[in-house]
Design a binder for this molecule. Structure first.
Ligand SMILES: [Zn+2]
Length: 279
């Protein structure tokens, strides 16, 4: 065991192997992952995480939003747990590390403590939040949002994906709807290790940073509708335009102000996502 004041070291090879093992489930484009929430692949990823947690001696809690809580006991029965975690779901074109590192990094902490026979006063709980990405069921951070009281559970269950499937039904279908009340847990602290999704660390040649602020980016949404003569619609690929003198379409614009840029320079940096729908 490390001496007092000496930094503990995790087993980075083991963490790497676990990341690679998890990445085999739901392979995506360019070596990344497509393990969207409440899919069969998500279920498989959860099972693997559960198996690893059991081997590490944890008990697993599962709440009614499918949030997973792997607990390693502490020595003080009165002490509230310290939580660490993130999410195992990915974007359709997601990477191997994003939230996965936050979950498996937490598990590696527990494994290291087991190796070194370290006991903690507070229990430690590693969390996998359901649907942090929000691609399949908008909005993002849905289940942590219910946990925090931002959304109601009924509202979350009614979110539908592009095929009209409801969140609640899909959670039930993949078998990861637990009994535990959502948000009932008390926390001593919560930590999340996460890949940075902005340019700052790379630009400053740093490997790690501490987040001091958080901001949700819902963004305003406009729907603009217009009709114009067909001869003005150059390069329109829609077959419906043929033979019709008028063609309606609408454009959806979504503007996000990037919080990292805001914090950094005080300037407003706008990223714009545009979708054009032909009608
Ligand atoms: Zn993430």
């Amino acid at each position: 065991m490390a001496a007092i004041g000496e930094n503990l070291k995790i087993n980075s090879e083991r963490l790497w192997d676990s990341l690679m093992e998890m990445a085999k489930i739901g392979p995506g484009v360019a070596g990344g992952n497509n393990r969207q929430t409440l899919t069969d692949e998500d279920s498989e990823g959860r099972q693997l995480f559960l198996d690893w947690c059991k081997v590490a001696g944890c008990t697993m809690g599962l709440d009614q939003m499918g949030n997973m809580f792997a607990r390693r006991e502490g020595t003080d029965p009165e002490a509230l747990p310290v939580y660490v975690g993130s999410h195992l779901d990915t974007q359709p074109t997601g990477g191997k590390y994003d939230g996965v590192l936050g979950v498996l990094g937490g598990l590696e902490i527990l494994r290291t403590m087991n190796d070194l026979d370290i006991k903690t006063k507070h229990p430690i709980v590693v969390v996998n939040w359901t649907n942090e990405e929000g691609t399949r069921f908008a909005p993002a951070m849905l289940s942590s949002g219910v946990f925090a009281g931002v959304h109601t559970q009924d509202w979350a269950y009614d979110r539908v994906d592009a095929e009209g499937k409801a969140f609640g039904d899909e959670l039930q279908r993949i078998g990861w709807r637990g009994d535990e009340d959502v948000g009932a847990r008390k926390m001593h602290a919560f930590f999340e290790l996460h890949i940075e999704q902005g340019p700052i660390l790379e630009a400053e040649n740093k490997q790690i940073g501490i987040v001091t602020h958080g901001r949700v980016c819902p963004g305003p949404k406009w729907r603009l509708q217009a009709k114009m003569p067909i001869q003005d619609q150059l390069r329109c690929p829609c077959a419906k335009t043929q033979g019709s003198p008028w063609h309606g379409f609408w454009i959806e614009l979504r503007q996000l102000r990037c919080p990292t840029h805001l914090m950094r320079s005080g300037r407003r940096v706008i990223s714009m996502f545009t979708r054009i729908h032909a009608t």
